[in-house]
Design a protein around this ligand. Structure first.
Ligand SMILES: Nc1ncnc2c1ncn2[C@@H]1O[C@H](COP(=O)(O)OP(=O)(O)OP(=O)(O)O)[C@@H](O)[C@H]1O
Length: 549
């Protein structure tokens, strides 16, 4: 990690001349899969599908030059849909939706219908259109009316299909006026997400949707938690967005109460209801003690066990499933690539990165040390703009890495499960599972970082001999979502229930290049010897000092 930090601090500097082909690639002009007619840029602009700058807090697209004249190309663009329009069409295209429950409210076709039927304010509707949301996606069409009818909801919709707006919109619609003017006092809505990064992203989305109204929307952190310890401040808060632990710490310290909460959303619900988070989630649910509280759970995946817990938590819920449960969108082209063993993965990845690829690229490893080690190896192999993000890094390091990713400064982001869920970087076109995922759910969420908002994506998963027993499970996911799978993979035996639990959990070295370990061990030995002899040399001097005292 040290070498990596040293080389990449503040984003890696690289020689733009030397990597001019890569620069062109990043700017869209050398991309092999993009229609040239729709990709013309003036060099200062990023192509629309890479334009995730606007999602950075405080970021804005307005500073970038607007094309002054209507060119032949831009005229042509109006005739045939460009990549963004095509993506939007594909995002809102009719998907199979099943809604089960009693008295299911009718879905809406347009956002305007929400205004007519539920009195959703013009301000909210105009904020939707300002953010480019002109037509509701499947989960928005069905989920928003359900929530606006004060019903509990279990929503399962594929990655990148707009679940965030599906719960934020009805919450803001139902809250109507900012706290203080409304009845009662205290926090009125809580949104829980499993990672800090995701909570931050939801907060940003919420601020954009709430623009123009003085709702108090708080991203719960150590600092905001201490401000909110003051009840008079807390009483004015409308919405809190938080990770579970942060809420639990404040609840246990008695510096937060959730007795006035009317809307509770669990985003990435199956993660929040798994063994690691369950007790914290239950504590939060129990603290939201209003009898008329509305609860909703959202995820792209909801395995049977988690669904059972969720359904027991909800009151007379409606269950909405968009597409096929636990299945990625067909927009993502998926492949399974054989690499003989763990040591063969690095050369395979380096070879992959030597070909033209679509940055930014997300690479998933199984552990924090492996993520750091892989990032370090790529930097040492002169791969430009490598970044790393995992939960073992400090808050500042994580924030910096996120910011570089959002600004488009990271071309290759190495990460762990921490980035697998919910993170929305529209520009991510390729995902590589360097280490095999630990479950179907992990696979679906990881590859779901691409193919978002109706765009196309590509996912490559490396498998070794050790992963072979689990290959059929993932091959079935590929098949179900329309990717091609070699015949022999489908003929593999089905793993037993016991075996399935061990998916992706093979023992792997902490460093991805064990040759490096040899040199590193020698260096550590040498460093310890030098430190030891320095200590010994210092000892008599220290004694002398104490005598002088
Ligand atoms: N109605 C809409 N029209 C166009 N774009 C939309 C619409 N709703 C949401 N989006 C965009 O789609 C992208 C994905 O949305 P979001 O992050 O909410 O997906 P998600 O379903 O929560 O995915 P995940 O399961 O990975 O968390 C975002 O960039 C969002 O701005």
């Amino acid at each position: 990690m040290e070498a990596f930090q040293l080389l990449s601090r503040g984003g890696l500097n690289f020689d733009k001349k030397r990597f001019k082909n890569d620069v062109r690639l990043f700017q869209g002009s050398a991309s092999i899969s993009v229609d040239k007619d729709t990709q013309e840029t003036d060099g200062s602009e990023l192509p629309a599908e890479l334009d995730f700058f606007k999602y950075a807090q405080g970021g804005s697209t307005s500073k970038r030059k607007a094309p002054s004249k209507e060119t032949a190309q831009s005229k042509k663009r109006k005739l045939s849909p460009g990549p963004d329009e095509a993506a939007a069409q594909s995002l809102v295209a009719k998907q199979r939706v099943t809604a089960k429950g009693s008295e299911v409210p009718q879905a809406v076709e347009t956002f305007e219908e929400l205004g007519e039927r539920y009195g959703l304010s013009n301000q909210l509707l105009s904020n939707l259109s300002k953010n480019g949301f002109s037509t509701p996606t499947g989960i928005q069409s069905h989920g928003v009316p359900i929530l606006l009818n004060s019903r509990d909801l279990a929503a399962i919709s594929p990655t990148g299909t707009g679940k965030t707006i599906a719960y934020l919109l009805p919450i803001l619609g139902a809250l109507k006026t900012p706290n203080g003017k409304a009845d009662g006092s205290g926090v009125r809505a809580v949104i829980v997400a499993p990672t800090r990064e995701l909570a931050h992203q939801i907060h940003n989305e919420c601020l954009k949707l709430a623009e123009g109204r003085k709702w108090r929307i708080v991203l719960f952190s150590k600092a905001t938690a201490s401000t909110l310890a003051d009840k008079s401040v807390r009483d004015k808060i409308d919405i809190i967005i938080s990770t579970p632990l942060r809420l639990v710490v404040s609840l246990q310290a008695g510096t937060l109460d959730l007795k006035n909460v009317r809307h509770l959303v669990l985003d990435e619900a199956d993660r929040l209801l798994d063994a690691e988070f369950l007790s914290q989630t239950q504590e939060i649910v129990a603290a939201c003690s209003r009898t008329d509280i509305q609860k909703a759970v959202f995820s792209a995946t909801l395995p049977a066990g988690a669904e059972k817990i969720a359904m027991e938590m909800l009151h007379n819920p409606i269950r909405v499933v968009v597409g096929l449960k636990d299945t990625p969108l067909p927009l993502i082209t998926q492949t399974l690539t054989y690499v003989r063993d763990d040591h063969s993965k690095l050369p395979s990845l380096l070879q992959y990165l030597a070909q033209p690829y679509n940055p930014p690229l997300l690479v998933f490893t199984s552990t924090q040390p492996r993520a750091s080690s892989l990032a370090e190896e790529l930097v040492l192999n002169n791969i430009p703009n490598v970044d790393c993000l995992h939960a073992g890094m400090t808050k500042k390091e994580r924030e910096d890495a996120m910011s570089r990713m959002r600004k488009g400064e990271s071309w290759v982001m190495i990460s762990t499960e921490v980035m697998a869920r919910g993170m929305d970087f529209k520009g991510v076109r390729e995902v590589i599972n360097y280490d095999f995922p630990t479950s179907v759910q992990s696979y679906v969420h990881r590859i779901g970082r691409t193919g978002r908002a109706g765009r196309e994506g590509k996912a490559v998963t490396y498998f070794t001999d050790d992963d072979a027993p689990h290959l059929k499970t993932i091959a079935n996911v590929l098949l179900q979502s329309g990717s091609t799978v070699p015949e022999w993979m489908l003929k593999l035996p089905k793993p037993s229930k016991m075996k399935r639990k061990s998916m992706g959990k093979v023992k792997r070295a902490e460093v991805v290049n064990s040759a490096r370990k040899i040199g590193r061990n020698d260096a550590i030995k040498k460093r310890d010897m030098v430190a030891g002899s320095k200590r010994r040399a210092k000892k008599p001097a220290a004694k002398d000092e104490s005598k002088a005292d």
